[in-house]
Design a protein around this ligand. Sequence first.
Ligand SMILES: Nc1nc2c(c(=O)[nH]1)N[C@H]1C(S)=C(S)[C@@H](COP(=O)(O)O)O[C@H]1N2
Ligand SMILES: [Mo]
Length: 532
Amino acid sequence: MPAPLSWVAGVAAVVLGAGLGELVAGLAAPASSPVAAIGSALIDLAPAWAKDTAIALFGTADKIALIVGIVAVGLVLAGLAGWLEARRPPWGAVVVGVFGITGAVIAATRPGAGALAWLPSAVAGATGALTLWLLVRLLRSAVRRTPQISERSATQGAETGGAAPDPRSSAQRPAARPDRRTFFVWAGAAAGAGILAAIAGSVRSTGSATVAAARRLLRLPTPATLAPAVPSGAELSIAGLARVVTPNGSFYRIDTALIVPEVDPADWRLRVHGMVEQEFELTWDELLALPLEESWTTLACVSNEVGGTLIGNARWLGYPLRELLARANPSSDADMVLSRSIDGFTASTPLEALTDERNSILAVGMNGEALPLEHGFPVRMVVPGLYGYVSATKWVVDLEVTRFDLARAYWTDRGWSERGPIKLQSRIDVPRKAQGLSAGDTVIAGVAWHQGVGISGVEVQIDEGAWRPAQLATAISDDTWVQWSLPWTATVGDHLLRCRATGRDGEPQTSDQAPPAPDGATGWHERYVQVF
Ligand SMILES: Nc1nc2c(c(=O)[nH]1)N[C@H]1C(S)=C(S)[C@@H](COP(=O)(O)O)O[C@H]1N2
Ligand SMILES: [Mo]
């Protein structure tokens, strides 16, 4: 049997199975689609460096890249299963079935898996295995026909005393062809049906997004304490410079959730427990009835490279974690709060950062609207001064008061530092990368941040010359980034620009280059520009 045809059988069978799996997932259990379950498991298995490599290669499109990778590997394995089924039946079908069972086990054991989480992968495996078995049987009879015919023709040739006909003569081909065509028709139908089922499944799962509808209808309460207005000198309004308030739609998104968790506010509960005198649960209505406070906080990701864009500034609305924890009354030897997301992600935050004077909140609002689904709807944590991986748990449902020597969090388990204070940094936004610039008067501008401390100055160096102080915009607060700018008369040629900031405490931004792992990148941001 020609190997390429058995590969076609394998791919067609697996596409049908996987497509039906996506359809069942869309109907019954969105987060447990076979591709999503495998992807989520791969994300959790990935070592620390893999996250940064993925982010460095694909940026915030890392999840799409992962899905494309899984599909590509899946198709190669499907082809191999087809080849195996043709050589050693029924082992190809068995392999497909075993993949289905594996997917079902992975999906059923994921954090937050529903009762039907195993179903999509089980359907995918069973359909895929059965289809492969049928297609290869069909293929076998299609291919077998040719030698039978040529034997008969050879006998006829001998009887009539004529020359033995060429086995490839036109007389035999019409008999073989319809069966191959039948095979291709069935294989094509299987693959086509699989693709349609996958499309229907994805439409159905977005169409059934009741949580998105609940969010749209939501009216957040008026804050008991308003954030200060953005000072008039905070936004320099320079084209290409990051706006001082990041619009929700362009706020960076980093998380391990391949499918955004859908948490209905009506079902949301926060459990506060562990080393506390008074454990309790909080519902959505109870949370909204509390006096909510607004505050400005610039959130940053530990994976942000020097000059990177995994940072954004927003006006958050929420309830102080300080007050919430006071209600629980933590024991005096507790030093950490392990927050848990509905999807199993955890972060370990120093208890002190949640109980001191900073604006650590259980947030429900972002820039005047409910949290967007991908930013943690309905409730997340926001803690000024700490990288997101140790503080900013989205879709948060559980706070356990504990100790650093008793429990570990998601990224700490994968080699990242236990503590993650945000490091003093500055970035050049304009002139933009690879921007053709004409000689003359222009401006160099960017942002600088040291949450909790504030920025006292930014300096710019052009072509290894003297460091020149940039003009600082007015900061919204010490917990936010601040814009800066410096007028520059650009001359024709290539130039190297550098910037460095100083904290309000006098700390200079170090020139030592460190990668993001294990506790945040350092170094000066440099940019080459060509002036024409
Ligand atoms: N549930 C959950 N929360 C999470 C994460 C995650 O993977 N899962 N990632 C954290 C990290 S590493 C960062 S930097 C911030 C990013 O928040 P954003 O996506 O709203 O910008 O969320 C944090 N909260
Ligand atoms: Mo992060």
